[in-house]
Design a protein around this ligand. Structure first.
Ligand code: HEC
Length: 138
């Protein structure tokens, strides 16, 4: 009887432990899922383009060119958001030299180091684009 009691105790302890770590894992997952384009934007873009996207972030004074006002991209493109162009600008690895200047970091290369694979890089850039699209002025 004692044997069973102890076995039960051990199983019970393990079960409690598993449920606890599972919950922790779920909480961690949902935290990372909430890591939205806004957070990625803050990490990678806001220093130059400012939190509100208007282009006067704290680093902008040190640059030769004023960072682009990212809230006007759709307006300047006849009302439609230039998604492909923005994707290529952010990625930076395939940008033709005539487009933009070398002051824009080549994020594709950096995200590859952070994220490890192309799908994750694509997802991250997609989230950033979603965010930028959401701050377009009419
Ligand atoms: C180190 C400063 C800096 C950071 C960080 C930065 N940018 Fe820029 N960005 C610039 C500057 C300066 C320009 C305008 C001139 C140029 O193209 O270099 C620009 C231009 C742009 C343009 C317009 C390009 C064009 O040709 O019209 C887009 C879109 C853009 N940035 C998006 C982003 C996004 C999204 C991020 C974050 C992933 C980001 N930038 C991070 C400095 C920066």
């Amino acid at each position: 009887m004692l044997y069973f009691k102890n076995t039960f105790k051990i199983f019970f302890t393990i079960a409690v432990f598993l449920v606890a770590t599972m919950n922790f894992q779920l909480a961690a997952d949902s935290f990372y899922q909430k890591e939205s384009g806004y957070n990625y934007y803050l990490d990678s873009c806001a220093a130059c383009h400012a939190i509100d996207g208007k282009g006067n972030g704290p680093m902008s004074e040190k640059l030769t060119h004023q960072p682009k006002d990212l809230t006007l991209l759709a307006k300047e493109n006849g009302g439609s958001f230039p998604e492909t162009m923005v994707y290529q600008i952010i990625d930076g690895r395939r940008v033709v030299l005539s487009h933009g200047t070398s002051e824009m970091p080549v994020w594709g290369r950096r995200f590859k180091v952070i994220d490890g694979n192309e799908q994750a890089v694509d997802r991250r850039i997609g989230k950033i684009i979603e965010y930028i699209e959401s701050i377009q002025l009419q």
